[in-house]
Design a protein around this ligand. Structure first.
Ligand code: IFM
Length: 460
């Protein structure tokens, strides 16, 4: 059984994780450059300074994407590459790079899907208060306008923010990611509110300035809950848990706190009850600007939380059995997230869904025969894609899937030790070696998912 006709098969990456060339052709510094320079912040002192050298090797990488048969490539624009200080003069050399990338993709029949912000805030703006400063909404609007004016004659598919929950939660609350802050809850709430407003502003700017009628969404982190069994009460408990707003620091990773204002035009009641008094004054008046109509709901899905109904019917998180499978990042392997996640999201937000990221880090190395045999990744992807196909059969309107990631790349605080790619990168020589999973995904695309195993057994 195949995926629906016209299903979009993509691969994804992000500027800071692959480009390198961080001080070339007028690019300004970002919060990630500064964070990487801090002793102990990133594994073994790694940084994105060279990354995969995609800045210079993009023709080779795009040829690999095209040969894979992917119809789409999700890339992000580096804000400090196109505006060194975040606002003000455009760095033409930086924008030229994205012009070349877009043209190269399109000439090979690969549709570019562009994310405006995948975490590399220009340092100059951070030093003016970053997302804590309400002016960040204007800064982001100016940047979005510049990109839409220049690339909007060819680019049709846009995402504003990648995983706001993660760059706010890990970057501004726990301090594990750039800019390494540990703000108080009221401050993180304020920064998050500005990010949502900036999302709304960017949607408006893209619609005003893109020449080709834009198709706009975003790519939040999917904090997925799934029922441990198919009992109705467990499904209801998982749904309630997935859209709950926990107390403590957990609110920051909540789906509803971020997605309800963006799509439904209101913050969830549960969160407002818990910490509404800590929100910036007048926040309710901004909701109209935040809730711009979107064409799709993107979601990045890697793992979830197993939920059952307790005796009182309320959600209870169940422990996983000893020896439960985990990826190299220690993330549990639970394909059900690509079944229940899209179904729950669609029920609540009623928009077409794209899985904008899914994949896993494995213990990959080059074997003696000069190939990279990454059977665990193939198994992970096969299980997740089968679950996704089943979700579509059961009514979820999922239109596309982006595997994360086309290349091994800079995995933030983990540096280069976590390899997510379909293509192995030797970070000394920059040689690219397609892994077994590359050839496997090629077959999946070619057969429109018809070669995947049946799902029910995998969903149990
Ligand atoms: O590498 C990241 C990506 O930048 C955002 N989503 C999760 C991926 C794996 O951790």
């Amino acid at each position: 059984m195949t995926f629906p006709d016209g299903f979009l098969w993509g691969v994804a990456a992000a500027a800071y994780q692959v480009e390198g060339a961080t001080s070339q052709d007028g690019r300004g510094p970002s919060v990630w450059d500064e964070f990487c320079a801090r002793p102990g912040a990133v594994f073994d002192g790694h940084s994105g300074e060279s990354a995969c050298d995609h800045y210079h090797r993009y023709p080779e990488d795009i040829a690999l994407i095209a040969d894979l048969g992917a119809n789409a490539y999700r890339l992000s624009i580096s804000w400090p590459r196109v505006m060194a200080r975040g606002v003000g003069p455009i760095n033409e050399a930086g924008l030229d790079f994205y012009d070349r990338v877009i043209d190269a993709l399109m000439s090979r029949g690969v549709t570019p899907w562009v994310t405006l912000f995948h975490w590399d805030l220009p340092s100059a703006l951070f030093h003016r208060g970053g997302w804590l400063n309400r002016a960040s909404v204007d800064w982001f609007g100016e940047y979005a306008e510049a990109i839409a004016r220049r690339l909007g004659d060819r680019v049709q598919h846009w995402m504003t923010f990648n995983e706001p929950q993660i760059f706010l939660g890990l970057g501004h609350s726990t301090g594990e990611h750039a800019p390494g802050l540990r703000y108080s809850r009221p401050d993180v709430l304020r920064a998050a509110h500005h990010v949502l407003l900036a999302h709304g502003r960017a949607v408006e700017r893209i619609r005003e300035h893109a020449e080709v009628k834009p198709i706009i969404g975003w790519a939040p982190h999917g904090c997925i809950c799934y029922p441990t069994q198919d009992r109705e009460e467990d499904v209801a408990a998982a749904r309630a848990s997935m859209f709950g707003v926990p107390d403590g620091d957990g609110w920051c990773f909540s789906t509803a706190w971020f997605a309800d204002p963006v799509v439904l035009g209101q913050y969830p009641e549960e969160g407002l009850r818990r910490f509404g008094t800590e929100m910036p004054p007048g926040f309710q008046e901004d909701l109209e600007q935040i809730a711009q109509p979107l064409e799709f709901f993107g979601v990045n899905v890697y793992q979830g939380r197993p939920i059952a109904a307790g005796e009182d019917g309320l959600p209870v998180e169940r422990p996983r059995q000893p020896g439960f499978p985990h990826t190299m990042c220690h993330w549990p392997v639970e394909p059900k997230v690509l079944y229940w996640g899209p179904r729950f999201l669609q029920e609540r937000y009623d928009l077409p869904i794209y899985v904008t990221e899914n994949g896993c880090a494995c213990m990959d190395w080059v074997h003696q025969d000069n190939h990279v045999h990454d059977a665990p990744r193939i198994d992970y992807l096969a299980r997740h894609l089968s679950a996704l196909r089943q979700a579509i059969r059961d009514g979820a309107d999922v239109r596309g899937y982006f595997q994360w990631s086309i290349l091994d790349n800079f995995e933030w605080a983990e540096g280069y030790r976590m390899r997510f790619g379909l293509i192995y990168v030797d970070f000394e020589t920059m040689e690219r070696i397609p892994k077994d999973s590359y050839a496997w995904y090629q077959q999946v695309i070619l057969s429109n998912g018809g070669c995947l195993p049946e799902a029910p057994a995998l969903l149990r």
